[in-house]
Design a protein around this ligand. Structure first.
Ligand SMILES: [Zn+2]
Length: 127
């Protein structure tokens, strides 16, 4: 699931969402087309996109802070994975969710994902 990105569109002036569609050349993904979900106005590049979240960021944040935030966002793909969740329990026989009391896979994702308070050793180490 992709996160919904809020933008303030300079084309139609609306508070709306970013539409991101992959551009394919044959079977190879060559890029992404970024446009406004309300009026269809295009943005030439990621830099052109008027992200609402960035507009709302107070000026006290430096560019360094901002790139740090972007990095967290990039790593977000792992965030929902059971493997990284505080409720993930592993033993030699199965992987288990202590919250839902059921067997899970390390690559499962879950809406109740919780970050462990302390970073444990990688549960799959040694396997
Ligand atoms: Zn628009």
């Amino acid at each position: 699931m992709k996160p919904t990105v809020e933008i303030i569109c300079p084309h139609c002036g609306k508070d709306t969402f970013l539409r991101r569609e992959p551009i394919y050349e044959g079977f190879k993904k060559t890029g992404e087309e970024l446009s406004c979900s309300a009026c269809g106005g295009r943005f030439d590049s990621e830099e052109e996109v008027p992200f609402k979240s960035l507009a709302a960021v107070p000026k006290i944040f430096t560019d360094a802070d901002r790139s740090k935030q972007v990095k967290i966002f990039d790593e977000g793909e792992n965030q929902g994975n059971c493997r990284y969740c505080a409720n993930y329990v592993i033993n030699p026989f199965m992987q288990f969710c202590s919250l839902h009391k059921k067997e899970v896979q390390s690559t499962d994702s879950c809406a109740r994902f919780e970050l462990p308070t302390e970073k444990p050793a990688d549960p799959l180490e040694g396997f």
